[in-house]
Design a protein around this ligand. Structure first.
Ligand SMILES: Nc1ncnc2c1ncn2[C@@H]1O[C@H](COP(=O)(O)OP(=O)(O)OP(=O)(O)O)[C@@H](O)[C@H]1O
Length: 537
């Protein structure tokens, strides 16, 4: 059933409950109005609540007085309080509790003798059984009215709620005998059992037949007007005319004008019930999955079956929901484990990073220390170093001048024009490069000094010698030479650029190049195109 259908049913239940409450209140007001006018001022409003109504009758005094006025001596002894009846107030109960109970008990005995709808004394203490007390009071009223009409022949009726039958089935009372229930169904007083027998000389055969027919008709058309029933019991009437009038009333359905307002209530309730059912059936019919069902009742009956497709579908969906819940629980557990695992990994990673950071810091310190030691070594080698490079000889005389080149930087030459003793000379340098020494070999010995520049040291390298001794060749290399012929200048710059690139993440080096020539006491800038600008003062 969808939500709209469920809401419809809920609304209908509420409306029905409201109608029941209105009906119960209406009957309670009717009872209290009659008691107020019949017994005397009760001291409560004409429209009392359930609590007010039951409190007013709880001492039994009003009930005993009422039944005694209708049937004198019905309650032989009424336990009364000294206050006059007119001053009775429902909320002022001077009598002890056992005296209340005595009045109520005596009233119930008298009511039973008159076949009135009974209730239990405890019903006056419980709001839920107020309807039983109201039934009894209204039956008492009907008895009074019938006695007034029929001069006390004991044939009376009382007002009956359309819900009364249901109410009595729900709460059967010991005093509500079968005959009493039958009287309720007929809306006739229980005293109907006291009608004269068939052979009574007071009633003729025709009148008995008429009475039986009327009883039968009354069973079909309950809640007959009291006057009509009184007329039936009035033996002065012509029985045949009375029967004809009843039949005419029934056939012309003019009886509807004489039924109580409850009949109209029945009709209204039935109409509303039909309308609600029609609405519910329409709502049910729009559901796709029950389109093949004829009515809402069919749908309900089908749904209650274990074999119903909707029932099976619901069962499958319930199982899927359970599976999803289990999967969700399992996923939550796995997620929790992953979180713990991730936290452990993060902790390990943190330790590794911390270790690397410490190692990097140590490495940096080691590098710093290494540089420091490196430059100390350079200092120890000497801040000023003198190297000797022997140019290859271009003639035969000079080829034999180099007699010895020592590893310790010593150079021994021999002047061929002098004797060996006088012509031999020895010179000492930091290192001597022979005629066969290559460019990179010369540079290797100078490279450590050049790198000291990057650590903040000033380094100066210059070549000195006579014309044609090979200064330009050593510092720049031969003109148009290959890479292997690069001189110290090119090789030094290449080395500095490579180191700059290696350390670019930690140190930003700025390299500037200037090239000048000092010739004849004149300094010329070799990188400037204009010759006039090349000379410095
Ligand atoms: N080590 C060497 N190996 C081969 N050739 C050399 C070497 N040194 C110098 N030369 C050659 O000797 C010649 C003169 O050399 P270089 O021009 O370098 O002399 P220099 O000292 O610069 O002369 P200057 O002072 O007049 O400029 C060049 O032709 C050069 O190629």
């Amino acid at each position: 059933m969808d939500n709209s259908s469920r809401n419809e049913l809920h609304g209908f239940s509420l409306a029905l409950a409201s109608r029941k409450a209105e009906e119960a209140a209406w009957r309670r007001y009717e009872a209290i109005r009659w008691l107020d006018s019949f017994v005397g001022p009760l001291g409560i409003s004409n429209q009392p609540s359930e609590v007010e109504f039951l409190s007013c009758l709880r001492n039994g005094l009003i009930l005993c007085n009422a039944i005694n006025k209708i049937q004198p001596g019905a309650v032989p002894k009424v336990v009364d309080n000294p206050r006059p009846l007119q001053s009775i107030s429902w909320d002022c109960q001077p009598l002890p509790a056992y005296q209340y109970f005595e009045n109520v008990r005596n009233f119930l005995v008298a009511a039973k003798e008159l076949n009135l709808p009974a209730f239990e004394a405890s019903d006056l203490e419980r709001d839920t059984f107020e309807a039983n007390v109201v039934d009894c009071v209204l039956a008492l009223k009907s008895l009074h009215e019938s006695k007034q009409i029929s001069n006390g022949n004991g044939f009376h009726k009382h007002m009956k709620s359309p819900l009364l039958l249901h109410s009595n089935r729900m709460h059967p009372r010991p005093l509500s005998t079968v005959s009493l229930d039958s009287c309720r169904r007929l809306d006739m007083p229980a005293t109907c059992e006291k009608q004269p027998p068939i052979g009574s000389p007071n009633i003729g055969l025709e009148e008995f037949i008429v009475k039986s027919l009327v009883d039968s008709i009354v069973q079909e058309k309950e809640n007959f007007d009291g006057n009509l029933l009184a007329s039936l019991r009035n033996q002065d009437k012509d029985a045949v005319k009375l029967f004809q009038s009843i039949v005419s009333i029934c056939s012309n359905e003019s009886l509807q004008e004489n039924v109580y307002e409850k009949t109209e209530f029945h009709t209204t309730l039935e109409d509303e019930l039909k309308e609600r059912c029609s609405s519910l059936a329409h709502s049910a019919s729009v559901l796709d999955d029950i389109s093949d069902l004829n009515s809402l009742q069919d749908y309900r009956a089908c749904f209650k079956k274990k074999s119903c497709n909707h029932h099976k579908l619901l069962s499958i969906q319930e199982r899927e929901v359970l599976d999803l819940k289990a999967l969700l629980s399992k996923t939550k557990g796995e997620f929790h484990d992953l979180q713990l695992h991730l936290q452990r990994d993060l902790k390990d990673l943190e330790n590794l990073v911390q270790g690397l950071s410490n190692a990097a810091l140590g490495y940096h310190n080691v590098v710093q220390e290494n540089r420091s030691l490196y430059n100390i070594v350079q200092d120890l080698k000497g801040n000023i170093r003198v190297y000797c490079r022997v140019r290859p000889s271009f003639n035969c005389l000079s080829k034999n001048m180099i007699e010895y080149i020592g590893e310790d930087g010593s150079l021994m030459i021999l002047d061929p024009l002098k004797s060996k003793r006088d012509g031999r000379k020895v010179f000492r340098f930091n290192r001597v490069f022979g005629p066969a020494a290559k460019q990179d070999e010369v540079f290797k010995d100078i490279e450590p000094l050049i790198r000291s520049v990057l650590d903040g040291y000033n380094v100066c390298i210059f070549a000195y010698g006579q014309t044609g001794s090979g200064k330009t060749h050593t510092m720049n290399g031969p003109s148009g030479g290959a890479d292997k012929d690069f001189g110290i200048n090119y090789l030094a710059l290449n080395d500095l650029f490579q180191i700059q690139n290696v350390r670019k993440d930690s140190i930003d080096y700025e390299i500037n190049v200037q090239m000048v020539e000092i010739y004849n006491e004149q300094v010329r800038d070799l990188l400037v195109a204009e010759s006039s600008n090349t000379k410095y003062p």
